[in-house]
Design a protein around this ligand. Structure first.
Ligand code: ZN
Ligand code: ZN
Length: 290
């Protein structure tokens, strides 16, 4: 067994609970196994990113001065030319379990000029449309977007863990990195029942947000959120906005304490299909494009 192989067979302790939850769900919900097995393989690849890239040298460059401005990180300042090299390794090691469009995009990126990979990373960080890149690489935008997002996510998570977002973080986007929320969680705290927290779609940090407010448009009340619960998964519900028709899932940890919001979101694709049928659009797709 080579060193590289051994590194890829391990998942970073930071994600141990997510990995354990994914393995449980593979056993409990076999129809989600292909999705979740690929997710576990991505966690292994992301572990390799974490163990080979030391972000500490960049934290000063990307962190805003502590003047209360949000988001605290300016990730577009990351040295994308430097990151282009490990990004090529990340693409080259894409596992066999990857969906074909992702594998094709990874192949194109592995053999691309380093500057073109750097340009793609920068576009992802600045929120630019990736359509032009997809045309250049002759692939679809969604599988192409998966690659820089999956590569940058552990770097963003590492950097976000180093900064404080302050106590007044009730914004509709991540106070750490400025990305939209992927999934919502509900839990009791020692002081408050039913606290709602939103998980960032890039850095995975969570922040408190009012329960009845749509994070996409800010509307609440009669024209705000309505809820749909799947009987088979009572800890997961769809929070859909009647005004902007956006939705995200909410994971109720009071119903199922061992749930992991990011994983349970991936493991309930039937709820995304239901939402799409209702004409709803997810605020931001999860890593696997659902
Ligand atoms: Zn974030
Ligand atoms: Zn809304």
């Amino acid at each position: 067994m080579t060193l590289g192989r051994r590194q890829r067979s391990t998942i970073h302790p930071r994600w141990a609970l997510r990995a354990r939850r994914a393995r449980t769900l593979i056993a409990d919900r076999p129809h989600t196994a292909p999705l979740l097995q690929f997710y576990l393989a991505v966690l292994e690849l992301q572990t390799a990113v974490c163990t080979t890239i030391d972000v500490s040298a960049w934290s000063t460059a990307v962190e805003r001065p502590a003047d209360g401005a949000s988001p605290r990180l300016q990730l577009e300042r990351l040295p994308v030319e430097v990151l282009s090299v490990p990004f090529a390794v990340f693409c080259r090691n894409m596992p066999d379990s990857a969906p074909t469009p992702v594998a094709d995009a990874a192949g194109a990126l592995t053999h691309a000029h380093a500057q073109r990979r750097a340009d793609l990373l920068l576009s992802m960080l600045t929120g630019d449309d990736l359509a032009t890149h997809a045309e250049e690489f002759d692939c679809e935008p969604a599988p192409l977007a998966f690659l820089p997002r999956a590569f940058l996510s552990p770097i963003a998570e590492d950097l976000a863990a180093r900064v404080s977002a302050g106590t007044a973080a009730t914004t509709s986007v991540c106070p750490h990195c400025g990305w939209p929320p992927l999934v919502s969680r509900l839990e009791d705290t020692p002081h408050t029942r039913g606290v709602r927290r939103l998980h960032c779609a890039l850095c995975a940090e969570a922040w408190t947000f009012p329960r009845a407010v749509c994070p996409a448009c800010g509307v609440s009340g009669d024209k705000g959120l309505e809820f749909h619960v799947d009987e088979g998964q009572p800890h997961v519900r769809i929070e859909a906005c009647q005004t902007c028709r956006c939705y995200l899932k909410s994971i109720d940890l009071r119903v199922l304490g061992v749930a992991e919001p990011l994983v349970d979101d991936l493991a309930t694709p039937e709820l995304d299909l239901w939402a799409t049928d209702q004409g709803l659009e997810k605020i931001v797709p999860n890593l696997l494009g659902l």
